[in-house]
Structure formats: structure tokens, C-alpha cells
Design a protein around this ligand. Structure first.
Ligand SMILES: [Zn+2]
Length: 298
């Protein structure tokens, strides 16, 4: 998609298997979500948004970036979940570009590094490179790409805390990280206690930017980036989560209710199950939030 010399391209990495043998409640194997990486490019220069996190994925996306022939001027992270930035330092060094994020994202990055031994490195042993937090903020959270403004917009809680999106007004584009999903179950494991309402508010903030295109951090590559559809589907999904949480008495019941409501979603049942286990563990008296969050994965 492009206007004049400005455009964007998306690479989607296939879902990775996860090192947990126990099947999902529907009997399925565990896979992570597909991961989208966006290259916003001008004639010569480009900004890379949310590159993936395992060594194999990094090689795949680095080859894609190199084949574009563009000169990277920044690597941008939309939020602190490691799947969207654990590869940042590799890209920054290979392409000699700074890592840029909001202050909120940088704070959450540190938490994700601390969580590596308890979750990430158990799920993908030996597959994640060193992940120093090297991200910096830029004035007004705004980058310039060949005269076009690219602005990181804080949207608050979505699938984690203190998230942002990258708005490219001259393209009518929002690179949305995990504020919107497109063809995958949404991760609601961090949405206990008002998180769904905060997330809805974030979607309204994105809508107020009047985008034509939204690139979701987890998307089915067969689906387009039509902003109106992506917003409507993500809203409906969160409403269905709210309704299912109000009526289902167990994580298993919730899982099946969401699969029944969204039988055609091609991806994300593992993340649905992780979120379900976490939210229902948090309902137990005296539940420990960290234990509930980690336990959801195993
Ligand atoms: Zn996320």
C-alpha cells in the first residue's frame, strides 16, 4: 500500500510450536500466534515495527528487510511483550538503527526480561537471543521518515500495560501492536479487574485517529488490513469475552464458549487457553498474580 513514495509492507511469521505437551481442552496442539512485522518505507529509508523474537524468526525477517533494499532508520516497539521486541537488539545491530519506544513500553520491556526464565525460556528453550533493553524515547514520541511524521500514541492497557500504536497519518495507517487482532483469539490474561474496559477505551483512541488500514500484531496473512472491519471484530471479541466471563464458571467452560462463538478464527486457541487459565486462577481466594500469570502457560 503506498502514496507517492511512502508505503508499508507486512511480514507474518508462522505460529511457533510451544514446548508444552499437554493438549488444549479441544485436544489441539499448542502453538503461539502468527507475528506481524511492519516495514513503513519511503523511497530510501524505512522504519521497522515489532520484529519477532526467536533466532529462526529473526533470520527470516532480517532477510525480508535486507531484500527490501531500504535503509533502516529506526526499530520501533509498540508494547513490552517480548514476542514483539526480543529481536530488537539483533535488528538494531545488523541494520545500525536505534530502538525507539514510549516510556511505558520501555518499563514493560524490563518486566518481560525479568520473566524470561519463568516463562519465555521454558516455552522456547535456547531459541531467544540476548535481550538487553536498549530502547530510547524520542521527543513527542515522533519519528520523521523522509518528511513524514510517524507518531507513537499511548493507548494504555490493552493485552498488557502501557501500550502504544504507531500512527502514520500520511498513509492512514495504524500499526497497532496488540491493541487490535486480526484473525486470532485475543490474549486477555492481563485483563482482570477492569482491563477489558481499558482495552475498549484504547480501541476508541485508535478509531479517533481515523485509520484506513490497521496492521494487527497477530494477524492471519490471508486477511486484509481494513480498519473498520478489524476494529469491529476486535470489539465484538472483547464483548464476547465479557459475556463468557459473566456466565462460565471454569476456564475450560470459558475456553469452549469462546471457541463456539468464534469457530472460524484460525489462530490463537493456545493464547485463549493461557488467558482463561490465568483469569480463572485469579478468582481463587488469595491468588498470587504472578503465579497465576505464569501458571497459565503450563
Ligand atoms: Zn502483546
Amino acid at each position: 500500500m503506498s502514496t507517492d513514495s511512502l508505503g508499508y509492507a507486512v511480514h507474518v511469521c508462522d505460529p511457533l510450536p510451544i514446548s508444552v505437551d499437554e493438549p488444549l481442552p479441544d485436544g489441539g496442539k499448542r502453538f503461539f500466534q502468527p507475528i506481524s512485522t511492519t516495514l513503513v518505507h519511503g523511497e530510501r529509508d524505512a522504519v521497522l515495527v515489532d520484529p519477532p523474537f526467536t533466532v529462526g524468526q529473526i533470520e527470516e525477517v532480517a532477510a525480508w528487510v535486507a531484500a527490501s533494499g531500504k535503509n533502516l532508520v529506526a526499530v520501533v516497539a509498540t508494547h513490552g511483550h517480548g514476542d514483539h521486541w526480543f529481536g530488537d537488539d539483533e535488528f538494531a545491530r545488523r541494520f545500525d538503527a536505534p530502538v525507539v519506544a514510549t516510556a511505558g513500553t520501555i518499563a514493560v520491556m524490563h518486566g518481560n526480561v525479568a520473566a524470561r526464565p519463568f516463562a519465555w525460556d521454558k516455552l522456547w528453550p535456547g531459541q531467544i537471543p540476548d535481550t538487553p533493553v536498549t530502547a530510547i524515547t524520542v521527543p513527542d514520541d515522533t519519528l520523521t521518515l523522509e518528511g513524514h511524521a510517524l507518531r507513537l500514541v499511548d493507548v494504555g492497557h490493552t493485552d498488557t500495560e502501557r501500550t502504544s500504536v504507531l500512527h502514520v497519518p500520511d498513509l492512514g495507517l495504524v500499526v497497532a501492536g496488540d491493541v487490535l487482532y486480526n484473525g486470532a483469539h485475543m490474549f486477555v490474561g492481563e485483563s482482570a479487574g477492569g482491563g477489558l474496559d481499558a482495552w475498549r477505551h484504547a480501541i476508541t483512541t485508535v478509531e479517533s485517529l481515523a485509520p484506513r488500514y490497521i496492521v494487527a500484531g497477530h494477524k492471519d496473512r490471508e486477511r486484509d488490513d481494513d480498519a473498520t472491519r478489524v476494529i469491529a471484530e476486535s470489539r465484538r471479541y472483547l464483548d464476547d469475552v465479557g459475556a463468557a466471563l459473566a456466565t462460565c464458571s471454569s476456564a475450560t467452560e470459558f475456553f469452549h464458549a469462546m471457541v463456539d462463538r468464534h469457530p472460524d478464527l484460525p489462530y490463537g486457541r493456545t493464547l485463549l487457553w493461557v488467558g482463561a487459565k490465568t483469569l480463572y486462577a485469579l478468582r481463587e481466594p488469595g491468588a498470587d498474580p504472578v503465579a497465576a500469570a505464569v501458571g497459565g502457560w503450563f
